[in-house]
Design a protein around this ligand. Structure first.
Ligand code: BES
Ligand code: ZN
Ligand code: ZN
Length: 482
């Protein structure tokens, strides 16, 4: 919960600190004296980006100050730095076991939105599978500021808490293990979560998928005892308009590679291969609260990619939902097969513009690491708009080239396409494979989130696991309409 100039406890307080100590004016005299004395001996705590946790006993009470150094902060800087520092601040507060955190926002010289963004980003943990867990999330954040009127502040807070409702829902899904979160369970949980007035949910089971000849989803799902599903969720916020943003998310609840089995090291964390699916669900969850006047269609193909006597083979030729044929050269390149059908389906159901999100290639992780998602598309203006929106909400992406020459790598001798393009430029050929399933004239973006979707190792603030990447960017682009 975020409150504004609330009268909660002031024993745990974040405050900026500079050489002149001008930011400490509103603090009790005794506290100021103690902080000054400490800073004189340890002037490094005044430096920009320093975050020091200062414990003191004053007025008979134990107090914790989160002192944020301001000296040397450049006049021109990116708000990403504010977002980053805010995440560190929340990490420190959680580490201290704080339940109420007061933040003297006006002393921090930060962009208020980026501050709230960073605090909420980090204030998350995943505990359902720990039997005797003690939660460390901060229950109440009290922002003290004079820079906004209460009404403005409340609408800003409502926006951020709604966005993070979606982000946390997505993280929960990605963090769930695949023995629990099967395609069916995903469908059931999400159908329950997204019940609402202007929302229409449809799910297609294995038989319905076979009947419709969704060759990609059916083939990849064949090896598993947990049958595939195709979930589609229509959010209708602007019934008068025909514009619909289709958001398509890769939902491989577990990717073992199939018969092209992954090595034991590469199997680890493959429960995260449905992070794209979780992200599009998170977008709809947030839209239910934000009520943006836009139409969005989320399409989620769900499969488990597992070898068995029923599994699809290398050298199989599949007929996809749009009629194109694909020669399977590696069953571990399964994401593009299920996304291809889902993209066709989204267009058939009326999407006039598309974004797909997928933990699609290890090649993208090799190219961009865990810092940025890779972007490919067929419409530079749409990509520019999305890039700008993503940057504004502190999600980092980078456009990859998509020259026609790369498409040659996907040529097959005996089918229309093959599902792998060889060892070179793997993130690009994967994206260009998907492009074959997008109608000419439909603006489309593909985001390869394989790196940023999941922190296998803790990030710079000690944050592990699913991140919910992609949700903030899509919601921000939707603020400007479809
Ligand atoms: N789900 C993986 C991609 C992945 C790798 C996601 C690492 C997250 C972390 C995807 O289905 C895959 O296995 N891709 C193959 C493609 C190859 C066979 C052409 C890969 O990247 O190795
Ligand atoms: Zn794979
Ligand atoms: Zn995969």
């Amino acid at each position: 919960m975020i409150t504004y100039n609330g009268n909660g406890g002031m024993n745990t307080l974040a405050v900026g600190i500079n050489q002149r100590m001008s930011t400490l004016r509103q603090l009790p005299e005794e506290d100021v004296r103690l902080i000054k004395a400490y800073a004189e001996e340890h002037p490094e705590i005044l430096d920009y980006k320093s975050l020091y946790v200062f414990h003191c006993l004053s007025e008979g009470m134990a107090k914790t100050y989160f002192l944020i150094g301001l000296e040397g902060k450049p006049i021109r800087y990116s708000t990403y730095e504010d977002f980053r520092l805010a995440r560190r601040l929340m990490a420190a507060a959680m580490q201290e076991g704080v339940s109420e955190l007061a933040v003297m926002a006006d002393t921090l010289e930060m962009d208020l939105g980026s501050l709230i963004d960073g605090l909420l980003y980090r204030n998350y943990e995943f505990l359902p599978y720990k039997k005797r867990a003690r939660s460390r999330t901060v229950a109440s954040i009290n922002i003290l500021t004079h820079s906004l009127r209460p009404k403005e502040f409340n609408s800003m807070c409502y926006m951020y808490t709604s966005v993070y409702e979606g982000v946390y829902a997505a993280r929960d899904l990605v963090n769930m293990p695949s023995n629990d979160l099967t395609p069916r369970k995903f469908t059931d949980m999400v159908s329950e979560m997204l019940k609402g007035d202007n929302i229409i949910i449809e799910s297609l089971n294995k038989w319905a998928l076979e009947k419709r000849r969704m060759g990609g989803i059916v083939a990849v799902g064949k090896g598993s005892m947990n049958p595939p599903q195709l979930l589609s969720i229509a959010y209708q916020g602007d019934p008068k308009s025909r514009d619909v943003l289709g958001i398509v998310g890769k939902g491989v609840t577990y990717d073992s590679g199939g018969l092209s089995l992954k090595s034991h090291a590469n199997l680890e964390f493959m429960k995260d291969d449905m992070a794209g699916a979780a992200a599009v669900v998170g977008v709809i969850r947030a839209l239910m609260l934000l009520k943006y006047p836009v139409n969005v269609l989320a399409v989620v193909p769900l499969v488990e990619n597992i070898p068995s006597g029923m599994a699809y083979h290398v050298d199989d030729i599949l007929t996809m939902y749009n009629g194109k044929t694909v020669e399977v050269k590696n069953t571990d390149a399964e994401g593009r097969l299920i996304l291809a059908d889902a993209l066709s389906y989204a267009q058939e159901k009326g999407a006039t513009r598309l974004i797909d999100l997928a933990t699609l290639t290890g090649a993208c992780v090799t190219a961009l690491g865990t810092v940025r998602s890779g972007m490919i598309g067929n419409d530079q203006e749409w990509m520019n708009r999305f890039f700008k929106a993503a940057t504004e909400v502190h999600e980092k992406i980078w456009q990859l080239p998509a020259d026609e020459e790369y498409e040659k790598q996907l040529e097959s001798d005996i089918a229309d396409l093959k599902n792998v393009g060889g060892p070179e430029a793997g993130a690009i050929t994967a994206g260009l494979f998907l492009k074959q399933f997008v109608h000419d004239g439909t603006p489309w973006i593909h985001l390869d989130i394989a790196g940023p979707a999941f922190n296998e190792k803790p990030d710079e603030t000690g944050f592990r696991g699913a991140t919910g990447v992609g949700i903030k960017s899509i919601l921000h682009v939707l603020q400007g309409g479809v």
